[in-house]
Ligand binder design. Structure first.
Ligand code: PLP
Length: 294
């Protein structure tokens, strides 16, 4: 049976119980992370840890044992026989269980910490074909920079897109494209990449950050500037980034076909560079930090 991590212990999934008074359950008062295991190493665990620390500090949730997470994630991989191939490790930290009231529990209670690992292979077919996504007004709050589990607005928008057979949904706020329900978005025009700058209107994706760094390292021009929704039809290419899909070409947004309606050349170049970065990461970090070769 699947083994999960709950509050300091590894337990069979069916024995993992949390209180109905948990604030993650009652309020969505919790934050999370998702990190990818590439059959021998985690990609940019440091980046995920930095973002987790920030999410916890912005929400004033205290988890003293945070430094243990990389080891917990590694142990979840072993205990679930996932060492080979690609998997995702999910971690959630809630403010803990206490009688329901908006104010933080006083005195503070222990956070609830839950993590699990699941096999999730990379979908290479969508890398080749690209995806079609929806375009809707951004219904979310203005603290999208916090990786909060309160994702109802994302879920409702995503489900509406999914009901129409679309693979993601892209948000417009005040006339500008912010990001998608569970990915960041990049556009390409005249060989220059455009993506929304870090702000309360987007989650600072780890994949996004790595693509921004890759562009700088490879002389690809990139501007961290929001694209106006009116300009979508003038864009030559578009792609999404996230931990589960890496770099995914977008061929149509709402009614607008992007470029030729097929994955663009710059997108393919970014995909290739990103793949190479992961392989190099495995060679550099796999053996040393994860205790086994990549
Ligand atoms: N934006 C949102 C709203 C997300 O939920 C995610 C990932 O879940 C991302 C962007 C991409 O972030 P990352 O590249 O760290 O997976």
């Amino acid at each position: 049976m699947e083994n999960v991590y709950l509050n300091g212990r590894f337990v069979p999934h069916d024995n993992a119980w949390i209180s109905p008074d948990d604030r993650g359950f009652l309020f969505g008062d919790s934050v999370y992370e998702v990190v990818r295991w590439y059959g021998g190493f985690f990609f940019d665990m440091e980046g995920h840890m930095t973002r987790l620390r920030r999410s916890l500090s912005e929400t004033r949730i205290t988890w003293h044992e945070i430094d243990a997470f990389p080891e917990v994630a590694r142990e979840l991989i072993s205990r679930n026989s996932l060492d080979d191939g690609c998997s995702l490790v999910y971690l959630q930290v809630t403010r803990g269980a206490a009688p329901r009231t908006h104010a933080f529990p006083e005195p503070p209670v222990k956070p609830t910490v839950y993590a699990f690992a699941r096999r999730q292979s990379l979908d290479t077919l969508i890398w080749e074909r690209g995806i079609i996504i929806d375009l809707v007004p951004d219904p979310r709050w203005n603290r999208c920079d916090i990786k909060s589990t309160a994702l109802l607005a994302n879920i409702l928008s995503y489900q509406a897109a999914h009901d129409h057979g679309l693979a993601e949904v892209c948000f417009i706020r005040d006339g500008f494209i912010t990001e998608c329900a569970h990915s960041n978005i990049f556009f390409v025009r005249n060989e220059t990449l455009y993506t929304h700058p870090e702000s309360g209107n987007i989650l600072s994706g780890i994949t996004r950050k790595n693509v921004v760094a890759l562009a700088a390292d490879n002389n690809i021009s990139l501007v961290e500037e929001a694209v106006s929704a009116d300009m979508i039809s003038y864009m030559h290419e578009a792609f999404l980034t996230n931990t589960s899909g890496e770099v995914v070409p977008v061929t149509k947004i709402g009614d607008i076909v992007i470029g030729e309606g097929t994955p663009g050349e710059i997108t393919k170049k970014v995909q290739t560079l990103f793949r190479a970065k992961i392989e190099a990461w495995g060679r550099e970090h796999g053996a040393r930090s994860m205790g086994q070769g990549a």
